[in-house]
Design a protein around this ligand. Structure first.
Ligand code: ATP
Ligand code: MG
Length: 341
């Protein structure tokens, strides 16, 4: 018997970047290796469509890119169920029932959705699907009776909403069939929200400020060489600043234990003056290349057989559907709408 059921996922709005890698992918691979855990990884295409309705082609392409990224970092379809949200209609059906348990006022109070609506400049034109996506997320989580949901801090309100829906369902239908999930948040703030190359915002698929797992060596080199450092460090001999310098920020995150001594020495040299940005960037490039080259190579191998990739997603989706369908039956029975059984 598995002890923890873990559900995580990503929106197929582009390829995955090194922020996803340190913020969640590495962690998933680690959880997968523990026999007590059962992992479900969902590619949330329906959620991506709530704010990209007109870009279904991009969502379709990104679906396969995200799946390749998963395999490349070591998510193993023999151990982890990788599935596609839209292929499990039971999830949408659950949403129909949960919608009746949540007030519009409660949805309007969700701080993450509030911020997202402002960022997207919807004005009066907020798509209903977008407004409701926290309910749909509750369906995804509860359909698998997930006990743990590892997510970034911005997802806290969604987990809270899910827990409320579970309690409300139990209370309304006098049952206890669902599971109240626990959110698991990154301990290290820097990894939980890796900044982009410009140092301004969170690295994001949609902001063009990321290093993607699929980037080739040339692209990686160009991106590292363009990174934001210390604007007042003009001449090599000038003393430089470490704080806010993205090169050192990334070195701290991607450097391994055996690199710490050299990183520390470089920091001191940089602050004293006499160490140029190009040298620090070359070192970062080496460190990143060491981490990313094997991922890139594995990705290229999987990309040669898209038929196999499709089979993995199809099989994972069938497996996920059988679990979700069982939960839906229990839900309908608890509600007394299993008329013909
Ligand atoms: P979009 O721009 O479409 O919103 P995104 O880059 O924000 O894409 P999501 O698919 O929304 O990526 O997020 C998937 C998961 O990856 C989330 O659980 C989130 O916590 C994590 N994540 C996203 N960006 C970062 C980042 N810069 N650093 C660490 N974790 C991240
Ligand atoms: Mg996002």
């Amino acid at each position: 018997m598995k002890k923890e059921i873990i559900l995580t996922g990503d929106r197929p709005t582009g390829k995955l970047h090194i922020g996803h890698y340190v913020g969640s992918l590495k962690n998933r691979v680690q959880m997968q290796s523990d026999d007590r855990n059962q992992l479900f990884v969902m590619i949330a295409d329906q959620q991506a469509l709530t704010d990209h309705a007109k870009e279904s082609k991009k969502i379709r392409e990104s679906l396969f890119e995200v799946a390749l990224d998963y395999l490349a970092v070591g998510i193993d379809p023999d151990q982890t169920t990788i599935f596609v949200q839209s292929q499990i209609p039971e999830l949408a059906e659950l949403t129909m029932y949960y919608m009746n348990l949540v007030s519009i006022a409660r949805l309007q109070r969700n701080p993450t959705v509030k911020v997202e609506i402002e960022q997207k400049d919807y004005g009066e034109g907020v798509p209903a699907g977008f407004f409701l996506y926290p309910i749909s997320q509750a369906s995804d989580i509860t359909a698998f009776k997930a006990t743990k949901v590892p997510v970034g801090n911005d997802q806290k309100p969604m987990i809270e909403q899910t827990r409320e829906i579970v309690r409300s369902f139990h209370h309304t239908y006098h049952t206890d069939i669902l599971v109240e999930p626990e959110g698991v948040y990154p301990e290290n703030e820097a990894e939980g929200r890796l900044p982009g190359l410009d140092g301004n915002a969170k690295m994001s698929k949609s902001l063009g400020n990321g290093i993607f797992l699929a980037d080739d060596t040339d692209t990686l080199q160009k991106k590292v060489m363009s990174m934001y450092t210390d604007p007042s460090h003009v001449r090599v001999e000038d003393p430089g600043q470490i704080e806010g310098n993205m090169v050192f920020y990334y070195l701290d995150i991607f450097g391994r234990k055996e690199d710490h001594k050299q990183i520390q020495e470089m920091k001191e040299h940089y602050m004293r003056g006499g160490l140029g940005d190009v040298k620090t960037k070359r070192y970062l490039l080496e460190i990143l290349e060491r981490e990313l080259a094997p991922i890139r190579e594995k990705r290229a191998i999987y990309a040669q057989d898209l038929g196999e990739l499709e089979q993995i997603l199809k099989k994972g989706s069938e497996c996920a559907q059988s679990v979700a369908s069982k939960t839906l039956s229990e839900v309908k029975m608890a509600m007394g709408i299993n008329y013909f059984e």
